[in-house]
Design a protein around this ligand. Structure first.
Ligand code: HEC
Ligand code: HEC
Length: 153
């Protein structure tokens, strides 16, 4: 029963498209354009568009509540561990003035357990899961994204 339904469907499809079933099968291609057994070609590794922190302007946000994009390169300091978070060396409440860096978002802070100071909340600790540095690369797929922030007058 199932098989006959499949055959009828395939025949109907062939009739609609004007292609024979054989032609349709022959036209099937892999999306990555390579034989299934071939190893994937790794894309070129590109350098970040920004240089070291302190030399860039912020990148304009394109939608409300967007995590701002990281305008500087993050080579050498993007490894965030339990004991070390170098983003905080510049963006924390204690350091941002001295490092002339933007202060991390107020929404990222909560009172410490003893209520004596403000600390970064753990759901905001892994900075680079939301804030990403940029490379000048062709988009992988076309898209029709438009932001929702009106241009400055
Ligand atoms: C050595 C200091 C330093 C370190 C380390 C650093 N930053 Fe920055 N960051 C800056 C400065 C300064 C700016 C201002 C733009 C510029 O000059 O590049 C900035 C800008 C930013 C911005 C843009 C903010 C906005 O309002 O547009 C984000 C987001 C950011 N950094 C995230 C990060 C993350 C995530 C890390 C860790 C991977 C990090 N930064 C590590 C100094 C630093
Ligand atoms: C869960 C996503 C998320 C994580 C994780 C996160 N951020 Fe953000 N960040 C945001 C969003 C969204 C905004 C913009 C709105 C806001 O302030 O909440 C922002 C804003 C900022 C700003 C600009 C603040 C301003 O007032 O314009 C800085 C700087 C920043 N974050 C740094 C950091 C650093 C450093 C860390 C890691 C300790 C971090 N963020 C972790 C989502 C995140």
């Amino acid at each position: 029963m199932k098989r006959s339904v499949t055959i009828i469907l395939a025949a109907a499809l062939a009739a609609i498209s004007g292609w024979s079933i054989a032609q349709q099968v022959a036209g099937v291609q892999t999306l990555r354009g390579a034989d299934t057994a071939a190893a994937d070609q790794a894309p070129d590794q590109k350098a970040y568009a920004g240089k070291k922190p302190g030399l860039q302007k912020p990148i304009e946000r394109t939608f409300k509540e967007q995590p701002p994009l990281v305008p500087h390169a993050t080579d050498n300091f993007d490894e965030i561990t339990v004991t070390e978070n170098q983003c905080m060396d510049c963006h924390s409440l204690e350091k941002y003035r001295e490092k002339k860096a933007p202060k991390l978002g107020d929404s990222h802070l909560a009172f410490s357990a003893d209520g004596m100071k403000k600390v970064v909340t753990m759901d905001r600790y892994q900075c680079n899961s939301c804030h990403v540095p940029q490379v000048d690369a062709k988009p992988l797929v076309d898209n029709t994204f438009v932001g929702n922030i009106p241009p400055k007058q």
